[in-house]
Structure formats: structure tokens, C-alpha cells
Design a protein around this ligand. Structure first.
Ligand SMILES: Nc1ncnc2c1ncn2[C@@H]1O[C@H](COP(=O)(O)OP(=O)(O)O)[C@@H](O)[C@H]1O
Ligand SMILES: [Mg+2]
Length: 360
């Protein structure tokens, strides 16, 4: 399973359009695809034909990311009725706004990852449509993602928003997970004859060398029509629609190729330090990964030694990632917490502690 977030800190620039275009390309290729609608506006859910009253939604999942809740919050899109293939949607809810706090704890930001871990075997690709802000919901999406696609328009405000988005993503990478990386910045609503737009495109190219996706999505009425009809663009008749469909097929290929690139920052040798650490089971990891005790406390909130479990007591030399508490964590609360619980949701944590000097 690979996870891609489609984001922008500005509304109306085409996040949902791009998320659905990519879902359509994945649908056409027969990939098992899940669209996660994290935007309280729920446009992706509507665009996938999932309309109605839902008892379980992404808001329930963020509250309780257990497998049964996640499964109950996923429905099939109606796209399967117009062509073979299937795309599911983790349905959006206006109630998800309650999870969009400006200062989430690190533990909160791992909730979606925890949820996706429970359905990892069921999907090839997960596309997350995020709200237009850098609050908890977007961070939660990024922490669960392998790549983030930033969508922008070639206008001054959108360029500023793209800059903020790239910086915010870098902050999440520094503070929480190096797994997530930008896929690139995609220009939407491009008009080839506009001088102002040319200027902004050049500006974006200079600001983000190597990040600007060289193919731009043009302003096309077909996109609105397919959204209105809750149909995948790849099944819409006509040459114009076929051109847009090809654009999204190529963009999906770019994402799929990027997922296969090794992440040098994650595999590179880390400085060796003597640290207390935990083993953590996470999506995409065969075995457990090591996290420092400080990270575990941040994520779990509470540390409780499980005395029923034998603890490996030895001095451990482990490669550790540099960790700095993110600006939005509640330091005071963390300081009060003295112990770490060994189990949260579907994450198993095994406590391994350094042997004190006198016991060796
Ligand atoms: N390239 C495009 N050509 C034509 N209409 C577009 C294009 N991109 C987006 N739109 C339209 O603009 C509106 C806003 O796009 P949307 O994807 O909902 O933005 P966001 O999810 O960022 O708020 C929608 O009505 C959508 O159909
Ligand atoms: Mg949207």
C-alpha cells in the first residue's frame, strides 16, 4: 500500500479535482484504490457518488482507528457501475472539523496511519484529499503519507500558499517522520497565453528547483462535468476528456515511480547513540522499527511498563533519528507523563530498557 496526499493551503485550487483525477487513473488501471476524504467539505465523497447518511465516517476513524471502525467507514464508489474497476471511499464528514485543531499532539497526528495500517493488505493505493489548512487534519494526512502532491494555481496568492505548504511539510518531516516527501508542485488551471501566469510559473520554478511538475493541468470544462456526474474522467467521452485522462495517467505514473525510489534520508546511517528505545510496528514495515523513548512518549501519551512481559535488559547501541519536539506538542502535558503504555490500538510496543550501571 502506498499513500499519497493531495494538498494545498488554499481552497478552490483543485485538490479534489486532482485527487479524483488520480483516483480515476488508478481505477482505469485496476489498482485497488481508497480515497480518504479528510476535508470537512466532503467534496471527494460526493464526487465518488457516495451520498447519504453515514453513521461511520472519517470522523469516527480519527476518534477510534480500530479495524472494525475503519471498515465500517468505507463504502464503494458508484464509479464501479459505469466501468469495471473499483474505488472505495473512506467517507468524509463535516464532523471531522472537530479534529482540525491548530495544535495537535503528535499522538493525534498518527491516528490515520494507525487506521490505514489495519487495512494495509486491502489496497494498492490510498489517495487523501486534505482540507485547505495546515491544522491537525492535514498533518494527520501527511504523517500517514509516503508522498504529498501540492496543488497550486499560477497566481500570487497561490504561490505564497505553495511556499507555506512546502515549509510546513518540511517541519512535519523534521519533527515527526522522514518517510513523507513532496511528490512535487502541480500547477492547475494553466492558461498557456497568460503573461502573468508565465511569470508565476517561472517564480515557482526558481523557488522550488526540481519540485515543479513540468506538465500543467489546464482549465477544462470536462473536469466540472465529470465531477457533477460523479463519473471518472477516464470513462468520459470525447477527445478533450481523453487528454485530461492521459494527463492524470502520467501524473499517477509519476507518483507510482516515486514510491519506488529509495528514501536515502531514512536508510542513511544515523549517528550511534546509547538510547532507550521502543519497537514499533507500522504500515509498510516487515519487522518492528525502533523509536526513541522520547518519541514513544510523544506518540503514546502515557508510558506504563508491562511487567508481565520480560524486558530485554542490556545496553543497546542503536541508530536513532534526531528528534526535536514539534512546535505544536503540549510540552507541559508530556512532562507530567512518567510512564508509557505498551499497547495502543493496533500498534504493539515492546519495552526495552537499558540496564542500570549497578545491575550489570
Ligand atoms: N483545471 C480545471 N479546469 C476546470 N475547472 C476546474 C479545474 N480545476 C478545478 N476546477 C473546478 O474548480 C472548482 C474548485 O476545485 P476543487 O477541486 O474543488 O478545489 P479544492 O478541492 O482545492 O477546493 C471545482 O468546481 C472544480 O470543478
Ligand atoms: Mg476540495
Amino acid at each position: 500500500m502506498h499513500v499519497l496526499s493531495v494538498s494545498s493551503l488554499k481552497g478552490g485550487v483543485g485538490k479534489t479535482t486532482v485527487a479524483l483525477g488520480l483516483a480515476s487513473a488508478a481505477f482505469a488501471q485496476g489498482l485497488k484504490t481508497l480515497v480518504v476524504d479528510l476535508d470537512p467539505q466532503c467534496d471527494a465523497t460526493t464526487g465518488l457518488g457516495a451520498v447519504g447518511e453515514f453513521k461511520n465516517t472519517v470522523a469516527s476513524v480519527l476518534k477510534n482507528p480500530k479495524h472494525n471502525v475503519v471498515s465500517a467507514s468505507i463504502v464503494s464508489s458508484t464509479w464501479g457501475k459505469v466501468a469495471t474497476g473499483s474505488v472505495d471511499v473512506l467517507v468524509g464528514s463535516p464532523r471531522s472539523i472537530h479534529h482540525d485543531t491548530p495544535h495537535p499532539t503528535v499522538r493525534q497526528t498518527w491516528k490515520l496511519e494507525e487506521a490505514l495500517h489495519t487495512i494495509e493488505k486491502q489496497y494498492d493505493l490510498v489517495i487523501i484529499d486534505t482540507p485547505p489548512s495546515i491544522n491537525a487534519l492535514t498533518r494527520t494526512a501527511w504523517v500517514a503519507s509516503d508522498r504529498v502532491l501540492i496543488v497550486t494555481e499560477p497566481g500570487i496568492f497561490s504561490v505564497v500558499a505553495a511556499d507555506r505548504a512546502i515549509r510546513a511539510l518540511e517541519e512535519v518531516r523534521e519533527a515527526i517522520t522522514k518517510r513523507v516527501r513532496p511528490l512535487g508542485i502541480l500547477i492547475n488551471r494553466h492558461r498557456p497565453a497568460s503573461k502573468e501566469q508565465d511569470f508565476r510559473v517561472q517564480e515557482l520554478n526558481e523557488m522550488f528547483p526540481g519540485l515543479l511538475i513540468p506538465e500543467f493541468l489546464e482549465e477544462r470544462a470536462h473536469l466540472q462535468q465529470t465531477q457533477g456526474a460523479a463519473r471518472p474522467i477516464h470513462t468520459w467521452p470525447g477527445e478533450g476528456a481523453a487528454e485530461i485522462a492521459d494527463f492524470f495517467t502520467d501524473l499517477l505514473k509519476r507518483a507510482l515511480d516515486s514510491f519506488e525510489e529509495p528514501n536515502e534520508e531514512v536508510v542513511q546511517e544515523k549517528p550511534k547513540e546509547k538510547r532507550k528505545f521502543f519497537r514499533r510496528h507500522k504500515r509498510g514495515k516487515q519487522g518492528p522499527e525502533l523509536v526513541t523513548i522520547e518519541t514513544a512518549i510523544e506518540e503514546l501519551g502515557e508510558v506504563v511498563e508491562d511487567e508481565s512481559q520480560p524486558v530485554a535488559i542490556e545496553e543497546l547501541e542503536v541508530a536513532t533519528e534526531a528528534w526535536s519536539a514539534p512546535a505544536w506538542s503540549d510540552d507541559e502535558q508530556i512532562a507530567k507523563q512518567e510512564e508509557v503504555s505498551t499497547q495502543t490500538g493496533n500498534w504493539t510496543f515492546k519495552l526495552e530498557i537499558e540496564k542500570p550501571e549497578e545491575e550489570r
